[in-house]
Design a protein around this ligand. Structure first.
Ligand code: IPE
Ligand code: IPE
Ligand code: MG
Length: 231
């Protein structure tokens, strides 16, 4: 199954403890490692982590810089382990505003792990569901202009194939930690039939046990996809 996680609440987790928000983000990065490791045992074969939205640039410069530093650290320190664990990493979002060295690290990790057959890990950095749809629209329009696609042939599948998640199934479950009940521009297209779990725990408190409980709750639900399914 595909699980998407909106990893929210690092800042509040830290503030509640009298710590700087960046300490919360640091704890959040440690949590990422733990949760990624727990996926194979929990039946999760695709995991999408929302790490930085197209709106997060609005934050104070030192927080944005701190987050970028954490991405650098995560990308360079986890390359070998992710590869050894057979994880295939893909990045969602528009990398163009990111620092060139971060883009290189991302590309390196993507290339090194692209043939791995274990967990599919999507990391959404400078990702916005609306931005993704705009980029998809542009690339479809370019193909129409070049005569490669007929307008009448544009279908839901065409759209899906031009998104950052192409060739992947839509998220079955989207989890958001830290109490807010909104998507904040996460997987606008892909979430059409996702189930949702809004948790009180903040991201640093999201342990594999909490993950397992959330998945158990998900498995007890009936998904109808518009049909009527006898219970
Ligand atoms: C982490 O949580 C998510 C990121 C945008 C990196 P927040 O930084 O949004 O934490 P809160 O919501 O302020 O507590
Ligand atoms: C959503 O969290 C983005 C990520 C988790 C990366 P935010 O904290 O940025 O969302 P809002 O601002 O509360 O909607
Ligand atoms: Mg937040």
């Amino acid at each position: 199954m595909h699980v998407g996680i909106i990893m929210d609440g690092n800042g509040r987790w830290a503030t509640r403890r009298g710590l700087a928000r960046l300490i919360g983000h640091k704890r959040g990065a440690t949590q990422v490692k733990t949760i990624v490791k727990s996926c194979p045992g929990l039946g999760v074969d695709t995991l999408t982590l929302y790490a930085f939205s197209t709106e997060n640039w609005k934050r104070a410069a030192h927080e944005v810089e701190g987050l970028m530093k954490l991405f650098r650290g995560y990308l360079s320190n986890n390359l070998v382990e992710l590869h050894e664990k057979n994880v295939c990493v893909r990045f969602l979002g528009d990398p163009s505003p990111l620092a060139p060295d971060i883009r290189d690290l991302m590309e390196n990790l993507r290339r090194m792990t692209r043939n791995n057959t274990g967990l599919q890990l999507n990391v959404a950095i400078n990702y916005g569901g609306r931005d993704e749809l705009v980029r998809a629209t542009r690339s479809i329009a370019t193909k129409v202009q070049a005569g490669e696609i007929e307008i009448s042939d544009i279908s839901e599948q065409t759209l899906s194939e031009h998104l950052d998640t192409k060739n992947q199934v839509d998220p079955d479950l989207i989890i958001r930690t830290a109490g807010e009940m909104r998507l904040s521009n996460f997987m606008t297209w892909q979430s059409a039939y996702s189930e949702f779990a809004f948790l009180e725990e903040s991201w640093p408190e999201f342990t594999p046990e909490v993950f397992e409980d959330t998945l158990q709750n998900f498995h007890s639900r009936t998904r109808q996809f518009g049909a009527v399914i006898a219970k």
